[in-house]
Design a binder for this molecule. Structure first.
Ligand code: NAD
Ligand code: MG
Length: 384
């Protein structure tokens, strides 16, 4: 039996993880959960899965129905207790699925446990890949990506996850709800349109990132760290059907890809299976009617891609600046403060305004994140 701690249990990745656990009750057990504030969903999870521990960031645990006095559930008090839970010897797997920069703290904690970490929180790698990957190595933690593209790459690499014979990796992108549209056509798109992803049902932040294509840029940086390859190896390609999740081409001309209908339960179940495969309900690909198409990353978003490539090459605080600017821009778009295309402006201007520094420790990352957020807010004010 594998004991799982699910960080970000009430989110979209959380839903998919819980479904995989539900379908594999004889081998997977939900041991603990962490969430921000959605108490009604937490109650539902507790009633259905009976985890032993719950951590709530915005501490209104009084509303939890299953009382502590029942003895079956412990409500963790503060980050120190959450850290203890992650290090609990009964825990086998930690799933990092908190959204945004908020996931950094727990991903860092997880990296120091020596356990298996299923990584969804790409932002923590973008801002602190230089720290998290070496920490995981030092403490003997294993990071398995569950972002679908990275899990696809992971599955296509040879058994030792060796990249020596790789000549190129294609990271596919659906293109989001505005696939095929020019930037100029997006001036007046609404939040509802931007949130309406054609293939995936996800949290609001990553949905907007998919609509702007920032998500693919974050994923390029994530891939550069997870697979320890120069950005030149990676190509971003639009594939609107989201059937091929990424392609690895080897030096002998062989290309291996991972295919499934778009369903996060596929990469999650793979990552929980020790590469032995776990049974889940899935929609088969209908190969008789399958039409796959591929296009270049849009030329009017080349600036964005170039920034991501620069971040891959220069490292330091560049990823933190980019991520913070994007988080502020997405938040302010969702608050109706700026228009869709202003998201790019906020990112470009903030990225230009702050000088990149190197050799960062965790404290410096928090400081730079704060500084970049202030700068991005200033940009928002100058636009509106
Ligand atoms: P979501 O918004 O649906 O859920 C976020 C979860 O994080 C919630 O459970 C929320 O309570 C929790 N959370 C937020 N702030 C917190 C805090 N400070 N402390 C504790 N918990 C907190 O997001 P999501 O779509 O599930 O995405 C989660 C992560 O996975 C993101 O980094 C995203 O980029 C990545 N990801 C998501 C998908 C997807 O299909 N949704 C695919 C690939 C990668
Ligand atoms: Mg992805």
């Amino acid at each position: 039996m594998k004991n799982i701690v699910l960080l970000g249990a009430t989110g979209s990745i959380g839903d998919n993880v819980l479904s995989v656990i539900e379908q594999n009750k004889d081998s997977l057990n939900l041991y603990g959960i962490a969430l921000n504030s959605n108490i009604s969903k937490a109650n539902q999870i507790i009633n259905e899965h009976s985890p032993m521990f719950v951590y709530i960031e915005e501490a209104n645990e009084i509303l939890l129905e299953k009382s502590i006095s029942e003895g079956s559930l412990s409500v963790l008090n503060g980050k120190a207790e959450l850290k203890e839970l992650l290090n609990d010897s009964n825990v086998d797997v930690i799933i990092s699925a908190i959204s945004g920069f908020a996931g950094l703290e727990t991903t860092l904690m997880a990296a120091k446990t020596g356990k298996v970490i299923l990584l969804a929180n790409k932002e923590s790698i973008v801002v602190a890949g230089d720290i998290i990957l070496p920490l995981a190595k030092e403490y003997g933690s294993t990071i398995i990506p569950i972002d679908s593209e990275h899990n696809a790459i992971f599955q296509c690499l040879a058994s030792e996850k060796n990249t020596n014979d790789v000549s190129k990796i294609i990271i596919t992108a659906s293109g989001g709800p505005f696939e095929g549209k020019k930037l100029l056509d997006l001036k007046d798109v609404t939040q509802k349109e931007a949130l309406n992803h054609p293939n995936w049902d996800m949290g609001s932040k990553i949905s907007i990132d998919s609509a702007t294509l920032v998500n693919k840029c974050l994923e390029l940086i994530e891939a550069r760290y997870l697979f320890d390859l120069n950005e030149k190896y990676f190509e971003l390609v639009i594939h609107p059907q989201s059937i091929i999740h990424s392609i690895v081409t080897y030096i002998d001309g062989s290309s291996l890809c991972h295919m499934s209908n778009p369903d996060m339960k596929v990469p999650i179940s793979h990552a929980l299976s020790d590469s032995n495969r776990l049974p889940i309900n899935f929609l088969e690909i209908d190969f008789s009617s399958l039409e796959l198409s591929f296009k270049n990353f849009p030329s009017d978003r080349k600036n964005l891609e170039n920034i991501a490539r620069e971040i891959c090459n220069v490292g330091g605080s560049s990823g933190t600046i980019f991520n913070a600017a994007n988080e502020i821009a997405v938040q302010d778009f969702l608050l109706n403060k700026i228009k869709f295309n202003d998201i790019y402006e906020v990112i470009y201007r903030t990225f230009d305004a702050i000088t990149v520094s190197n050799n960062l420790n965790v404290e410096a990352i928090y400081e730079i994140d704060h500084q970049a957020r202030m700068e991005a807010e200033k940009m928002v004010k100058s636009i509106t």
